[in-house]
Write a protein that binds this ligand. Sequence first.
Ligand SMILES: [Zn+2]
Length: 288
Amino acid sequence: MLTSNYIGRFAPSPTGPLHLGSLVAAVASFLDAKKNEGTWLLRIEDLDPPRESDSAPGTIVEQLIAHNLHWDGDILYQSSRLDAYSEALDNLQRLSLIYPCDCARKKLPAVYPGNCRNKSSEKVLRPYALRLLLDTPVISLVDDILGPQRWQIDREMGDFIIKRKDGLFSYQLAVVVDDAFQHVTHIVRGADLLDSTPRQVHLMEKLNLPIPNYLHFPVVLGASGDKLSKQTHATPVSNQNALDNLKQALRLLGQQVPDSVDTVTLLEEAIANWNRNLIPKQLSVPLM
Ligand SMILES: [Zn+2]
């Protein structure tokens, strides 16, 4: 592997401050990039204003700085990238892979059954979403932690949304366009996003974009057994406890925990010690 070509990223959505689960994602992607002498980018995925908080981007940036997790280059805000997403949508439309769907979301099963696939466009009521026609249903890849993965995406996921009824671009499209734009080579993220991976790989194939390497680490479960998330109001990590937070993140990632007394030394040792093989090969870990 040409280590100097490594480009990784941390891409939080600003729906709230970082909690321990999102800090683990920052730490894992940071350490893997630094261990490989790579670049670590920060991308704020502010694509869904109704779910976001105005103060969250600033808070996330402060939290990263307080934990001495310094990114390379400028922050990319997805809200500044709408033209690029439009262009990608146009490309998919030219390939005849996009169709309008006016189905009421609440009435649909988890896997979209393709109701609108063959509806003539005059019959589709506004507002409508735009869906991607899945014409090559099998996606396979080798995850760096979880090993070989294979999905029959038409059966497991169904034609998914590229642009929502409310006019917002989907997470799946934006991520793919931006990972290519930022030349990301390595995606290190929680296994809660494993479901998104085949959708994104499929889009990359359709848009002729390079497929990065994937590493999915186990997500952190709270006391109730649910994933720690902003939606479940997981406690924000406190900047005053940065050292302990980083140590806890290392523990959850199965790594050696140096007994350093400051974050700079801790992270230096953590980079030197970073060992992917110690990451638990499972989808989730309980909070310790
Ligand atoms: Zn439909």
